[in-house]
Design a protein around this ligand. Structure first.
Ligand code: HEM
Length: 419
């Protein structure tokens, strides 16, 4: 960066690309989704996800799907239901760890354990599948599918993508996806049939993402058409990715950062213990919004998201020549808006390699202890500081992650403090 500047040309995965590490340039790229920039993820990702993946589609259909999913995840009914689910799953996991202490296998592999918790919760949210045979089947197949996503497309024996690219001789990954599609499609078909049988099909709150997608009549985009069933099934599978990948990873890293920082850990525990005491005294159960009353915990989550950078960049292609801050992005060129570089740039964050949850303290208009006024986040009620273009773990613009509104509650609710 020192040598080439904040925006430069290079080659990634064999294709020429413009990399932006400049928050202002990234902002323009993300805000101009659809009219000037469209998604342009690597071929390997699109081959595995399919052309009708929400990450790939554009225009009215993307807006419609985004609005349906975002609206559902933000709804108070959904949050009330999921809070209990999260609490139960975490309690179950924690007690199984205690039991394991006295066995021959006392070691807990945190990432595997968090995957179990988050995958189950997400699958229940998406399609109301309960733990059991079907859940195990989905997990097994999904682990196979996701292997093809998290790899480099290098065509050499031994590389995972070699496996993924050898469709003809080696169908493992595609076959796993086909088997999953078949199962999810059956659930979607059954649900549709059940809905059609009922006269009052659109009444009552939707139970899961399949319900909301099936109920949508296409009024918002003027098509007046229901979403195709294959399209719903494919996108439901795609939305399982965060349950197996991003959320468990962020939880695991939060625990790692906290283990390396005993002072932060004790502040976090103190804050969470106080909440528990308040709940015990009042006899109230946990509510979704509880995490909003935990400023230090929110700082831990933001700091983990900043450093962990689960989605490290966003891929776009320019539909026309665009000039941003004096940089020309020619028509047809791919732009990689790097989120990691912005989060780890010392111009934006003092001592960026240091895990410092205190840097997120909201101190009104005064300077923080780190003298970084620009970084003091303007928190929304959801606790996510999405207003700064120097903090964008969830992307931005029209494609801002619809999971943003419940992730902080999830990570907190999933007991990072307890773990
Ligand atoms: C730590 C966890 C997560 C991170 C860091 C994350 C990050 C992101 C980012 C950066 C994008 C933007 C991609 C782009 O602009 O091309 C995105 C999109 C998306 N995320 Fe998340 N995400 C997370 C969890 C979730 C969860 C739990 C869900 C809920 C099911 C979710 C659903 C989606 C969907 C559907 C999109 C596509 C939105 C669209 O293109 O309209 N994500 N996510």
């Amino acid at each position: 960066m020192t040598f080439y500047g904040k925006v430069f040309k290079t080659h990634i995965l064999g294709r020429p690309i413009i990399v932006s590490t400049d928050p202002d340039v990234n902002k323009v790229v993300l805000q101009n989704q659809g009219n000037v920039f469209i998604p342009s993820y690597p071929k390997s990702v699109i081959e595995l996800l399919g052309e009708s993946s929400i990450l790939q589609i554009n225009g009215g259909l993307q807006k419609r799907l985004h609005a349906i999913i975002g609206g559902f995840l933000r709804s108070p009914q959904f949050k009330a239901r999921i809070t209990k689910d999260i609490e139960n799953s975490v309690k179950l996991a924690l007690s199984s760890w205690i039991d394991r202490k006295n066995t021959h296998h006392p070691i807990i592999y945190l990432q595997d354990e968090t995957k179990k918790i988050t995958f189950q919760i997400l699958v229940r949210v998406l399609m109301s599948v309960e733990p059991g045979e079907d859940m195990e089947f989905l997990k097994r197949e999904f682990m196979e599918v996701i292997k093809g996503l998290i790899c480099l497309p290098i065509k050499l024996p031994g590389f995972r993508m070699y496996k993924s690219l050898q469709w003809i001789s080696n169908f493992e990954i595609l076959q796993a996806k086909e088997r999953m599609l078949k199962m999810v499609r059956k659930i979607v078909d059954d649900r549709k049939m059940a809905m059609e049988k009922k006269e009052t099909k659109d009444s009552g709150s939707p139970n899961d993402a399949i319900d909301v997608l099936l109920r949508d009549t296409g009024e918002s985009d003027g098509t007046q058409q229901r979403l195709p069933l294959d399209f719903i099934s494919g996108n439901i599978i795609e939305m399982m990715i965060p349950g197996e990948d991003s959320v468990p990873m962020i939880m695991t890293l939060a625990v790692k950062y906290l283990s390396d920082n005993p002072v932060a850990l004790s502040c976090l525990m103190e804050e969470n213990d106080e909440l528990k005491k308040r709940k015990d005294e009042s006899g109230e159960g946990y509510a979704w919004t509880d995490y909003v009353s935990l400023p230090f915990t929110q700082g831990v989550i933001s700091e983990t998201l900043r450093m962990a950078n689960i989605i490290n960049a966003i891929w776009r292609k320019a539909l026309e020549d665009v000039e941003i801050k004096g940089y020309l992005i020619p028509k047809g060129w791919c732009v990689l808006a790097s989120l990691t570089s912005v989060h780890m740039d010392e111009e934006n964050y003092e001592n960026p390699d240091e895990f410092d949850p205190w840097r997120w303290e909201v101190t009104g208009s005064s300077l923080s202890s780190h003298n970084l006024e620009v970084l003091i986040p303007v928190r929304s009620k959801t606790g996510a500081s999405v207003n700064s273009n120097k903090f964008t773990p969830f992307g931005g613009g029209q494609r801002l992650c619809p999971g943003v509104s419940w992730l902080c509650g999830w990570v907190d609710g999933c007991g990072v403090g307890e773990i």
